[in-house]
Design a protein around this ligand. Structure first.
Ligand SMILES: Nc1ncnc2c1ncn2[C@@H]1O[C@H](COP(=O)(O)OP(=O)(O)OP(=O)(O)O)[C@@H](O)[C@H]1O
Ligand SMILES: O=C(O)[C@H](O)COP(=O)(O)O
Length: 400
C-alpha cells in the first residue's frame, strides 16, 4: 500500500507539542459515556506519545453543534471517560485555539495530556478555513491523526492541519489502514462481501463498487427485498424500495459482467408485527404471505451464507442480515458472525467489518474480538467500501 508516516518515524519528541486528532464522538446518555470503544482505540497512541515525553494535545469534535459553543456538545462531558480509559490525568481547555488553549499547553508538563474543547465550536473547522487551521497549528509542533472514523471529513483538524505541520498516522489509523488494505486493497481471493441493513437507497454506491471488486456479494437484511422484487418475487409487506428495482437490476447486470456472484436469500423468517417475540414462520422466498414481512433470512439461506464464508479467504461485512435488535430475528446475523469468527480463529479467513449497527450486531453475537479487524468507523468505513478517497487519509499519503 502507499506509504504514510507512523509513530515509528518520530524520534526525540520530548517536550514537543503533539496535536493528536482523535475521534471522541462517542454515545452519551445522562451526561455519561455509554460506549468507550473509540476512546479505548486511541489510548495506545496517546500513551505512547506521553511515554516519550511529548505534550499530548487532543483535538476532537463532538456531535454536530450548529451555533457555536453549547454545553450539550462540550467535550468536558467526555473528559472523565478519557481519564478513566487512560488511567492518567487529562487536563481540559475550554477552547481549541487562542490564549485559552495556548496557556493550557504552556502549563502542561512533558508527558502530560490535555483535551481541547470541541473543534466544531468554530465555524472554521468544518469549512477548513485557512485562518482557523493556522490558529490550530500555532499550538503544535507535530500533527498525528488517529481518527480514521472522521477521515471522510475534509475539516481543519482532519485534513487542513496536515498541510501545516509534519503529519503522522497514529496507531489506530495505521491499524485501520493496514486492515482495510487486506480487506479490499490487495486481498487474498476469493473475497466475499456481506451487505445487509435496512435500505438499498443508503448503499447504492457501496453495492455498485463492490460488484467490481469482490467474487461474491451476499445481500441480506431489508435491502435483499428490493433485489428479490427486482427479480419478480412478491415480498408481501416487507421493507422494499420498489422504485429502486431498476437500480437493483443494473447492479445485478454489472455483477454478472464482472464475474461477481450475487447471493440472495432462498427463504425468510416472516412475521406480521415488527416486535420482539412476534409470531413468525419460515417460508420459501417465493411464498411470502401477502400480509407478512421478512425480518430475517431463513435457515436454508443461513447455510448458504456460511458456505460462502467457508469458501472465502477474505470477508468484508457491513450491515446485519436481519432485524437483529429484536429476537428471534437476530438468528441469521448471529449465526453468520459466529461462523466468520470461527473461520478467522482457525486461520482460514481475514475478516473485516464496520458500520455502527454492524459493530453492535457483532458485539451482540459476542464475536467482535474474533474478527481480524472491526472498524469503529461508520460513515468513513462506508465511503472506503464505496471506493471513495478519504481526505484525512489522502493528505497523510500526500505529505509522507
Ligand atoms: N429485513 C429487515 N427488515 C427491516 N429492517 C431490517 C431488516 N434487516 C435489517 N434491518 C435493519 O437494518 C438496520 C441496520 O442497517 P444499517 O444499514 O443502518 O447498518 P450499518 O451500516 O451497520 O449501520 P450504520 O448506518 O449505523 O453505520 C437495523 O436497524 C436492522 O433492524
Ligand atoms: O461518528 C462519526 O462517524 C465520526 O465521528 C464523524 O462524525 P460526523 O458524521 O458528525 O462528521
Amino acid at each position: 500500500m502507499p506509504a504514510f508516516k507512523t509513530l515509528d518515524d518520530l524520534s526525540d519528541i520530548s517536550g514537543k507539542r503533539v496535536l493528536v486528532r482523535v475521534d471522541l464522538n462517542v454515545p452519551v446518555a445522562d451526561g455519561k459515556v455509554t460506549d468507550a470503544t473509540r476512546i479505548e482505540r486511541v489510548a495506545p497512541t496517546i500513551k505512547e506519545l506521553a511515554a516519550k515525553g511529548a505534550k499530548v494535545i487532543l483535538l476532537a469534535h463532538f456531535g454536530r453543534p450548529k451555533d457555536g459553543p453549547t454545553p450539550e456538545f462540550s467535550l468536558s462531558i467526555v473528559a472523565p471517560a478519557v481519564e478513566k480509559v487512560l488511567g492518567a490525568p487529562v487536563a481540559f481547555a475550554a477552547d481549541c485555539i487562542g490564549p485559552v488553549a495556548a496557556d493550557a499547553i504552556a502549563a502542561l508538563p512533558a508527558g502530560g495530556i490535555l483535551l481541547l474543547e470541541n473543534t466544531r465550536f468554530h465555524k472554521g473547522e468544518e469549512k477548513n478555513v485557512p485562518e482557523f487551521v493556522t490558529a490550530l497549528a500555532a499550538n503544535g509542533d507535530i500533527y498525528v491523526n488517529d481518527a480514521f472514523s472522521a477521515a471522510h471529513r475534509a475539516h481543519a483538524s482532519t485534513e487542513g492541519l496536515a498541510h501545516h505541520l509534519p503529519a503522522y498516522a497514529g496507531r489506530t489509523m495505521q491499524a485501520e489502514l493496514e486492515a482495510l488494505e487486506k480487506g479490499l486493497g490487495n486481498p487474498q481471493r476469493p473475497v466475499v462481501a456481506i451487505v445487509g441493513g435496512a435500505k438499498v437507497s443508503t448503499k447504492i454506491d457501496l453495492l455498485s463498487n463492490l460488484v467490481k471488486k469482490v467474487d461474491a456479494l451476499v445481500i441480506g437484511g431489508g435491502m435483499a427485498n428490493t433485489f428479490l422484487a427486482a427479480r419478480g418475487v412478491d415480498v408481501g409487506k416487507s421493507l422494499c424500495e420498489h422504485d429502486l428495482a431498476d437500480t437493483a437490476s443494473q447492479i445485478m447486470i454489472d455483477a454478472a459482467a464482472a464475474g461477481c456472484a450475487i447471493v440472495l436469500p432462498d427463504d425468510g423468517v416472516v412475521a406480521r408485527e415488527f416486535k420482539a417475540g412476534a409470531a413468525n414462520e419460515v417460508v420459501a422466498i417465493d411464498a411470502v404471505p401477502a400480509d407478512a414481512m421478512i425480518l430475517d433470512v431463513g435457515p436454508k439461506s443461513i447455510d448458504n451464507v456460511k458456505a460462502w464464508i467457508s469458501r472465502a479467504e477474505t470477508l468484508v461485512w457491513n450491515g446485519p442480515l436481519g432485524a437483529f435488535e429484536i429476537a428471534p430475528f437476530d438468528t441469521a446475523t448471529v449465526a453468520a458472525a459466529k461462523h466468520a469468527a470461527d473461520c478467522t480463529k482457525a486461520g482460514k479467513l481475514v475478516s473485516v467489518a464496520g458500520g455502527g449497527d454492524t459493530v453492535a450486531a457483532l458485539n451482540h453475537a459476542g464475536v467482535s474480538d474474533d474478527f481480524t479487524y472491526v472498524s469503529t468507523a461508520g460513515g468513513a468505513f462506508l465511503e472506503w467500501m464505496e471506493g471513495k478517497e478519504l481526505p484525512g487519509v489522502a493528505v497523510l499519503l500526500q505529505t509522507a
